[in-house]
Design a binder for this molecule. Sequence first.
Ligand code: ATP
Length: 314
Amino acid sequence: MHSYTLIAPAKINLYLEIIGDRPDGYHELAMILQSIALADQIDICSISTDIIRINCKHPQVPLDKSNLAYRAAELMAKKFPDAFAQYGGVEITVKKNIPVAAGLAGGSTNAAAVLVGIDLLWNLGLTKSELEELGAILGSDVPFCVSGGTVIATARGEQLSPLPSLDTIYIVLAKYRSLEVSTAWAYTNYRQQFGSSYLRDTENLAARAAAVHSGEIVQAILKQNPVTIAQKMHNDLERVVLPAYPQVLQLRELFATGEGVLGTMMSGSGPTVFALMESEQQAQALKQQVRAAIPDEDLELFVTRTITHGIQVA
Ligand code: ATP
């Protein structure tokens, strides 16, 4: 085969705790990541020149080397020079459905799809863990995006411990199209405001990161209890993003009052806010209720659900 179509799902954070600083300058994190059905489509095919070409109609997505999908292809060419010489370059077409700069790992899941697609195109036969290792070179969320599901992610977010698959939970997502929150800004601000409370010694950092495994939200996931999962959701970055972005806070408050809402939270560094819902019907009703309360065309609303996998070949 000389072309593949891949489905690249977004993620939400059910849990995000900032534990401390790491020697490499990143934060030590304890997160629970969850794949959702909202997904981009990635078409990838071999082209006879040695070029990597990106096509995407979304105005906020770069087409040059700053695109994570481009960087994934470039990494594969560098790691597997013989296959690159044999098969040539690739053309990657991204059909964007996931909002950009939203805390939903849109770029990371595109990169994961390109790793999976090139592995197939070039008949490399890489294992999931080999693909995840390559993903970690590109970004902290990329390894998770390869296999997806429900996962505890520690260290920078690249050390993964899969949890049993969750039964379907319906979700409403809200994001202002023109509102972007830089992930770097969110973490830098968090460090400035709350850095004094960081754990400093390596032993305590590791113990605290490990504690998420026995934490209440993980127990609720193991028991398939969506009510408790929703109650125990947490995101430290809300402490810096919500005060700085009143529109995000307003969405969060509006979601909390909706019928059938089990819990609401910002995903990652935002600004996407999501609500876990009792049923699909109530999710659709909440979407309409929020649309009526905020009739602003800049506000994008989605009804989606949890899924149990990452990148899939269509
Ligand atoms: P994360 O949750 O991993 O922090 P995010 O959802 O907040 O990611 P992205 O959608 O990945 O953020 O976009 C962040 C920035 O990366 C944007 O400013 C965008 O221009 C750039 N970018 C690079 N490659 C891509 C891509 N393939 N898709 C979307 N954005 C991309």
